[in-house]
Design a binder for this molecule. Structure first.
Ligand SMILES: [Zn+2]
Length: 435
């Protein structure tokens, strides 16, 4: 439900804990090591935003003394946060919302003991999502994507990276990106579109993957770039998908067309990262299998390592990414849902935070930095997103909690009562009255 138009001035007051995530003094890059624990908390805080941008952030009593506010009080919509917790809106930097059906057969097969790879070999997996997407009309796909974005916002997410990747022909990949753009135009948050033509080799190219890579490089990437349908190009670089050499080829095609790159790496097997890091990916995601040497290698770069533990959870894996090793080595880390029909059908960043704390031994504070400011870095949006600071976009999430640690603590429940997306207020379905 929209409560206010974009251009109005809105003042949130009586915030019990405001997590500003304002820049720590250090290097100015993505958060690493101890910086991940610096949340910049202001107690009894207020935030004023006008026209979708944060104007000032401080303590409630100081904000109310502000001369501009005193003069304009009547024009300002005031929301009493009743001592609860406010975060920067989550930046979900890895999602696959351009699909039609849930994959319930795969889900049931896994309960009977089949693995992700066995299911893929038997015709399930990513390939089983392809036909419905190829057949779907663009508007049908856009409707599915918009529903996912709305569900994400209800749980505090205000920025979403959205990949294509279930069409696997130039026509249906571009249709997926158009559907992402269509959904984004109806959603007040920010959507970052990514071309994932190289998700898996489609059936018709089964024995000639190189020909498919050529189609990605020579048709999909240039067309997506020319039509400004994607900001990033992604590759699933792993056993059963694309090799590091193929990923490099696709990265080079992206660079030639002015697009930035990111990749899925190390979900099923280890891929040496050196050749990919040389092309400066914004993010490398999954990272379940990685050598000690490559963790050190990553620490020397600004490439963000993005963990998606929802996939480990849903696939019933015992092993989760070794977050502590990454953090202790100084690698900038992010967290994302990996929202997709096969391995992580969740829109919930709070649940991902919970998994990061319980299964990966990240502290609650680290998990929040990873899901906000470092997610913004993973998308190149650090100047606009991921923290609550004057001049940044008004992206906020209000939680029914007195302490920020509750958000990861109450798992599988939604405590988000209000989200602000580029200045537009959306009340969560289950929330009571506000303000
Ligand atoms: Zn993914």
């Amino acid at each position: 439900m929209k409560l206010a138009a974009n251009a109005r001035a809105v003042l949130l007051v009586n915030i019990g804990q405001l997590l500003t995530l304002r820049s720590p003094s250090a290097n100015g890059g993505p958060r690493r090591g101890r910086e991940l624990r610096e949340l910049g908390i202001v107690e009894d805080a207020a935030v004023l935003y006008v026209g979708g941008k944060v104007v000032c952030v401080g303590q409630t009593k100081e904000a109310l003394r502000d001369p501009w506010l005193k003069k304009n009080r009547k024009k300002v919509i005031e929301i009493d946060c009743e001592g609860q917790v406010v975060f920067p809106g989550f930046v979900d930097s890895h999602t696959h919302p351009a699909f039609i059906n849930p994959r319930l057969v795969d889900f049931e097969k896994r309960t009977a003991g089949a693995t992700y790879e066995e299911i893929a070999e038997a015709g399930g997996g990513i390939r089983s999502s392809v036909e419905p997407v190829r057949r779907a009309r663009r508007n049908e796909l856009a409707g599915k994507i918009l529903a996912a974005l709305e569900e994400m916002a209800e749980q505090g997410t205000t920025t979403v990276e959205a990949k294509s990747g279930y069409g696997l022909t130039p026509e249906s990949e571009l249709k997926s990106l158009e559907a992402i753009r269509g959904a984004a135009s109806q959603w007040p948050g920010t959507v970052v579109p990514t071309l994932l033509g190289a998700h898996v080799v489609p059936q018709e190219f089964k024995d000639c993957s190189q020909k498919y890579v050529e189609s990605v490089c020579k048709e999909m990437v240039p067309q997506a770039a020319r039509r400004k349908l994607a900001w990033f190009v992604d590759v699933f670089c792993d056993r059963g998908a694309f090799t590091a050499g193929e990923a490099r080829q696709i990265f080079e095609a992206a660079a030639d067309n002015g697009l930035r790159v990111r990749a899925h790496v190390g979900q099923l097997s280890e891929t040496p990262l050196g050749p990919l890091l040389a092309l400066r990916p914004a993010s490398l995601d999954h990272m379940d299998h990685i050598s000690e040497e490559d963790i050190q290698n990553l620490a020397a770069h600004d490439t963000v390592a993005t963990f998606v533990p929802g996939a480990n959870y849903f696939l019933g894996l015992e092993k989760y990414p070794a977050a502590r090793k990454f953090i202790d080595a100084g690698v900038p880390v992010a967290l994302a849902t990996d929202y997709n029909p096969g391995s992580s059908p969740t829109a919930s960043m709070p649940f991902v935070l919970s998994l990061a704390c319980t299964q990966m031994k990240m502290s609650p504070a680290e998990s929040i930095s990873a899901a906000t400011i470092n997610g913004a870095w993973a998308l190149g949006l650090q100047d606009r997103k991921g923290s609550v600071e004057a001049g940044k976009d008004a992206d906020l999430a209000l939680f029914e909690a007195k302490d920020y640690r509750e958000v990861a603590y109450w798992f599988a429940s939604n405590r988000c009562v209000l989200a602000v997306l580029n200045g537009v207020l959306i009340a969560s379905a289950g929330s009571g009255e506000l303000g």
